[in-house]
Design a protein around this ligand. Structure first.
Ligand SMILES: [Fe+2]
Ligand SMILES: [Fe+2]
Length: 366
């Protein structure tokens, strides 16, 4: 107990948040889909210590299949293939530790936002659900921290992610918390978890991502079902504010024109690990035309276009006004071929989310 103290050296400075707390005196079920989701969540609880075999060491060879999480096929270049095996292992390990660290910090943000939602949302069913989510997020923090400890070390949070978490924690509007966390952050995270889970063959990582993604599928469903119910009751000004909040969060996390993006951090990790980034990019440009780049349909859209934007559309938060902004930043980052020639073209390309998103995510995890 000697090193226990009220003020710890690792904690961040206090963040001022403005949040109103709502008592609700009606305790019976009112929003059936949220009550059902709450029941499902209580049944689906798992125990990280008991249900995952933590004694397994990380399998280095299989770990090499873990995706780097960038949209360029650098692993297929001759430059990458000719890397010294020790350098290759180090780059993959450090890059994965960076991604997993940001998953981890994001989970801490989700833990705190979920706990805030218990206080701030007005409906009992929504408070109950947020309580189960709080427990889920604590478990997610636990498992990511434990895996990173085996792999490497926890790296600092990316400034872009910290900014979005701060804004979501600080807003006094509980609907903005729901949209920022459940739709944008969780949407992007769920997409990345699924992507990493689908490609990595490292057994321990696959196991924990499966458990986590099952929970996240419910969290996303909670956001969709609750926000979808609320939006038609909002006046124009509040709906516009919600649309802008989602747009700004998505842009902060994804827009590569900003100096402090996740991608910029990955490049600096590579340089540190001994990669000549300029040479790698030149090699990629030379060899790209010969690569058979035909990823299966759907994945090409990426997390914002393939997941976050369809969710916003479902919830009634994709007006033409805000669609023009999404189109602008997607064109700047991905080109008009992927983002659409104009706003109409872009809107036409937004896929419909299946009715039951939680079941859909689970079916992809089998
Ligand atoms: Fe989570
Ligand atoms: Fe979550």
């Amino acid at each position: 107990m000697n090193d226990f103290d009220l003020q710890t050296p690792t904690q961040a400075p206090d963040l001022e948040t403005a949040m109103k707390v709502v008592y609700q005196w009606s305790y019976g079920p009112e929003v059936d889909e949220l009550r059902n989701l709450y029941h499902k969540a209580t049944e689906a609880q798992w125990v990280a210590e008991r249900d995952i075999d933590w004694d397994r060491p990380i399998d280095r060879e299989l770990f090499a299949t873990t995706p780097l999480g960038i949209s360029m096929p650098v692993e297929r270049t001759s430059y990458w293939r000719s890397l010294d095996p020790e350098v290759a292992w180090n780059v993959t390990r450090r890059t994965a530790a960076f991604r997993l660290s940001n998953f981890l910090h994001g989970e801490q943000g989700a833990l705190m936002v979920a706990a805030q939602l218990v206080n701030a949302v007005p409906h009992t069913d929504a408070k109950f659900y947020a309580a189960t989510q709080t427990m889920d997020e604590a478990r997610h923090v636990e498992v990511f921290a434990r895996y990173i400890e085996k792999l490497d070390e926890v790296q600092p949070i990316a400034p872009a992610l910290k900014g979005v978490l701060d804004d979501t924690l600080a807003t006094e509007d509980w609907l903005e918390k729901l949209v920022g966390m459940q739709i944008v952050v969780e949407g992007l995270a769920l997409y990345s978890f699924r992507d990493m889970r689908a490609l990595t063959k490292e057994p321990l990582l696959r196991d924990l991502l499966t458990y986590v993604a099952r929970d996240e599928a419910r969290h996303h469903a909670y956001g969709v079902q609750y926000v979808d119910r609320c939006v038609p009751r909002l006046d124009d000004a509040r709906r516009r504010r919600l649309e802008d909040f989602a747009l700004s969060a998505a842009k902060t996390l994804i827009d590569n024109r900003r100096p402090e993006t996740l991608f910029a951090s990955v490049l600096s990790i590579w340089t540190e690990a001994g990669i000549d980034v300029a040479e790698l990019v030149a090699c990629l440009q030379r060899e790209m035309p010969e690569m058979d780049e035909r990823p299966e349909k759907g994945r090409r859209l990426g997390p914002v276009q393939g997941f976050v934007i369809p969710t916003l559309k479902r919830c009634g938060l994709l007006s033409e006004r805000v669609a023009a902004h999404y189109h602008e930043f997607l064109v700047a980052n991905l080109g008009a071929e992927v983002a659409g020639r104009d706003v109409e073209d872009f809107l036409r390309s937004v896929p419909e989310l299946p009715e039951d998103t939680a079941t859909w995510v689970l079916s992809e995890l089998r």
